[in-house]
Design a binder for this molecule. Sequence first.
Ligand code: FAS
Ligand code: PHB
Length: 396
Amino acid sequence: MTSPDLIRTDVVIIGAGPAGMLLSHLLAADGVESVVVETRSAEYVAARIRAGILEHSTVDLLRQHGLADRLEREGDEHRGIYLAWPGEKHHVDFVDLVGRSVWVYGQTEVQKDLVAAREAAGQQVLYECGDVTLHDLESDAPFVELVHEGRTVRVQGRVVAGCDGSFGPSRAAVLEGVRTTWERVYPYSWLGILADVAPSTDELIYAWHPDGFAMHSMRSATVSRLYLQVPNDTPVQDWSDDRIWTALAERLGHGHDGWELTPGPITEKSVLPMRSYVQTPMRHGSLFLAGDSAHIVPPTGAKGLNLAVADVGLLAPALVDLVRKRDPRLADQYSDAALRRVWRCTHFSWWMTTMLHTAGDAFDTQLQLSQLRWVASSEAGRAGLAENYAGLPIGF
Ligand code: FAS
Ligand code: PHB
């Protein structure tokens, strides 16, 4: 059997999504080399439709590292969101309340900017890798083995960063008996659409309705992104375009106070399950987890992508100290520091999700409406939502 091709680097990064590509960028800025190993093609990774909201600290970090030029030009800065329920619509102004805004800029755009920056820097990314396995994680010389273009390749580093999302091998590489997992599956899903129509709102609308939750987001001045609550395992073909727009109009308050939802051609529709997942610790020996490989949140709080960025904002300096200065202190603190924010965002995502989604329980309905009235009418309630939605400082 021929021996594997050997690539040596400082950090082996598994996953070329936002966490992996941002980590490679931040490490390189401090002279730490990495090789990124990705199972899908570059085109597949670039085309995935996902998050839409960047919180304040995410934008700050992208700006600090020269990754926000196009975001500043093409992104849309929002002061807040609307909370709505039948007969009511209230604006929650984050800037007035906590001095922080959010940006509407799709994850696909963030990914494009990251890929462009890494390509310009000559970053080595191995796409379309198969049989990715992790080895010697309890040593100072871990390696990842894979098949790439028909050849077995061993990528040897000082550290392995598991940025391979919720279906990658890294989370399972934290041995049973070492790892603890928490999971909650919510009793509903989202049907999401992209539509070639100008948004009918200046800022996002999160709407409670007895028929189910709905949300109006957007991707640009000509593309709208909208979601509506559906039962789990809903076949997307059960929802015709007309049925979708009728339900969205009803749930978002079309006709209330003269507001109208303008429909348009739907270009993409998909059903997204709602679940929370946390795995601890986020470090095991020479393996460090960041992003969806360690945690998943329901998208109601717009936290998934932002949490991945926050993890990387903590992990990059820790690995620079460990690899360049042989100083393990930040690396030893990484998991606990990252998990403080992970649990804060997990709670906030649960709080938003359970406040806004109906599950057919009349008692819950009264609790939700009372919660919505309190948040909308109380400055303390609005500030609590604003602080969490606009994002706590990295390192919180
Ligand atoms: P990613 O999953 O983005 O990237 C992981 C990468 O690892 C992928 O490219 C994958 O191909 C690769 N990989 C997997 N297995 C591998 C292996 N064996 N070897 C090598 N590579 C491997 N968040 C929000 O904030 N708002 C939203 O509206 C929202 N919508 C979402 C919709 C969907 C359908 C999904 C799945 C997620 C959504 N999220 C949303 C969350 C999402 O944005 C994630 O938080 C974000 O992509 C996290 O980035 P990464 O941690 O880099 O993980
Ligand atoms: C989106 O625009 O895709 C989006 C916005 C806010 C959320 C979830 C998704 O909470």
